[in-house]
Design a protein around this ligand. Structure first.
Ligand SMILES: NC(=O)c1ccc[n+]([C@@H]2O[C@H](COP(=O)([O-])OP(=O)(O)OC[C@H]3O[C@@H](n4cnc5c(N)ncnc54)[C@H](O)[C@@H]3O)[C@@H](O)[C@H]2O)c1
Length: 486
């Protein structure tokens, strides 16, 4: 073990690690073995108060720094992350169970990208000059919102912390971040590295805990904005609580996205897209295209090729770099996935591949494919958040579009076809925040990411994120006398 996965302490507040053993213990369980690596303690009300007070006190001075100065710190943090990519990737693997093969390229690196991108943008966040008659004018100032709360899911703990911290801090906000109780480790490292890079104490704080701790953060009157990555039910609760305080929100929630394969598609590319969109990170990706609609003409060939390709998945120790498919992140999530597989079978879907828990320690389940799935089946309607692909077939474009959009979710959607005009026509009509043509599940920080309908509010990444972490103040200036009616 080259990386010690046990954290220095549970929380990171005011530029330093903080412990308070009065909080309820949260075990750090390595999902590849089921062993408990250590424990953190949930934040007590006193810890939550310390974090909020620190972030609140730090905000004015952080906002008063120039964008150049703030950006330099974020970019320095990006460089440190890249220098330590391997260790941070191993930590991400301990936190989530995702294969090192993935974490080496997808997690800390994406976090560094976000810090570099928004660090570079910080100095460009300027206002506008708006000319008015007779030499009068108005101008705008882009201002931070203030104290922001970030709440994370467990599938991408480093990336989620950075995707929220980077735009928030670039705009001059400070943040209290609560990682998922399932993955408490990585956000602490992000806080440590930001501090090392020069972020003043209080600018980025991490507190541990479950939903109750998250709710206490959301409810605090000092908090101006809440950004959640999580499930739709949690999003509904947090959005409602934030509305009571008229707070800004970003909601990155769940999905049940359609991936549509027309019979003129390049079969191997389409199968690759379905693999990326269902089995990467053991299927624990919000934007996954878990409803794979395949046109009837290539249905059998697609299924055969998919099953053949899945037989090459290397399931095993995620710290072995040749492993391409790891365990579920937690026993609870494994149980949820197994329950959905049982429901799929009960409702008459045909199990075409996998479906079984592996007979080894840890929370492993095989990559699973159901064929002959119909739109009304539970596995076609609900987000499973595990490696379970539902194959549905369709006859024509109009029909598949109607069925693809018949869901409360709207996170992502994809189409595989060699017909250029059809590709653009289809994505134009997909009710989804992020669409893919002949590819799937890319999420570069330069492009907006987020959902429509129940899948979310607002966008992360890209220039769009700036609007969600800042406000515009308008200033009117008279260069002439003031006329009044009396
Ligand atoms: N759209 C995206 O960008 C994106 C990315 C990753 C995951 N997700 C979604 O996240 C879900 C899986 O993650 P999860 O199981 O951790 O989600 P979850 O909703 O159970 O928990 C998310 C976070 O919210 C906290 N929380 C729970 N109840 C709360 C409350 N009442 N107030 C404040 N905080 C509360 C949890 O402690 C956790 O930190 C899936 O639905 C997945 O699609 C979305």
């Amino acid at each position: 073990m080259t990386v010690d996965p046990t954290p220095t302490a549970s929380h990171f507040i005011d530029g330093a690690y903080v412990e308070d053993q009065d909080g309820a213990p949260i075990d750090i369980v390595y999902s590849a073995t089921g062993e408990t690596l250590g424990r953190v303690h949930s934040a007590t009300p006193a810890i939550v108060e310390r974090a909020l007070a620190s972030a609140s006190a730090a905000q004015a001075a952080w906002a008063a720094m120039t964008g150049m100065e703030r950006g330099r710190i974020l970019r320095r943090a990006a460089d440190i992350i890249r220098d330590r990519n391997r260790d941070l990737s191993i930590l991400e693997t301990y936190d989530t169970g995702k294969p090192l093969q993935e974490t080496l390229v997808a997690d800390a690196t994406s976090g560094a990208d976000a810090l570099e991108y928004f660090g570079g943008m910080a100095a460009t966040l300027t206002g506008e000059y708006i000319p008015q008659p007779n030499g009068d004018f108005a101008y705008t100032i882009r201002q931070p919102l203030g104290l922001c709360v970030g709440i994370g899911a467990w599938n991408y703990p480093t990336q989620i912390a950075c995707w929220k911290a980077a735009p928030a801090l670039a705009c001059g906000n400070t943040m209290v971040f609560k990682p998922s109780e399932t993955t408490p480790l990585c956000a602490l490292k992000v806080a440590e590295i930001l501090t090392e890079a020069g972020a003043p104490p209080g600018v980025f704080n991490v507190v541990q805990g479950r939903g109750d701790v998250g709710a206490s953060l959301v409810d605090d009157a000092r908090v101006a904005k809440v950004s959640l990555t999580g499930s739709v039910p949690t999003g509904r609760k947090i959005y409602a609580a934030a509305a009571a305080g008229m707070k800004h929100v970003t909601m990155e929630l769940g999905g049940k996205s359609p991936l549509i394969v027309f019979d003129d598609a390049d079969l191997d590319n389409a199968v690759s897209g379905a693999i990326l969109g269902n089995f990467y990170s053991t299927g624990q990706v919000c934007s996954n295209g878990t409803r794979v609609f395949v046109q009837t003409g290539i249905k059998q060939r697609f299924l055969d090729r998919l099953c053949e390709r899945l037989s090459h998945a290397r399931i095993g120790d995620p710290l072995d770099e040749s492993t391409s498919f790891g365990p579920m992140a937690s026993e609870r999530q494994l149980d949820i996935v197994q329950e959905y597989i049982r429901t799929g079978l009960e409702e008459g879907a045909r199990l075409a591949y996998g479906g079984k828990r592996l007979n080894r320690p840890g929370f492993y389940i095989e990559p699973t494919v159901f064929a002959d799935v119909t739109d009304d089946m539970t596995i076609a309607r609900e987000e499973i958040f595990g490696p379970v692909l539902s194959l549905l077939d369709f006859e024509d474009e109009e029909e598949v579009l109607e069925r693809a959009n018949a869901t409360e979710f709207g996170l992502a959607g994809g189409v595989f076809t060699n017909d250029l005009t059809r590709a653009h026509r289809v994505v134009a009509r997909l009710e989804a925040g992020t669409c893919y043509i002949n590819t799937y599940n890319l999420a570069p920080v330069e492009a907006p990411f987020g959902g429509v309908k129940a899948s979310g509010v607002g966008r992360e990444n890209s220039k769009e994120a700036i609007a969600h972490y800042s406000e515009v103040k308008t200033v009117h200036v008279a260069m002439n006398g003031v006329e009044a009616p009396f």
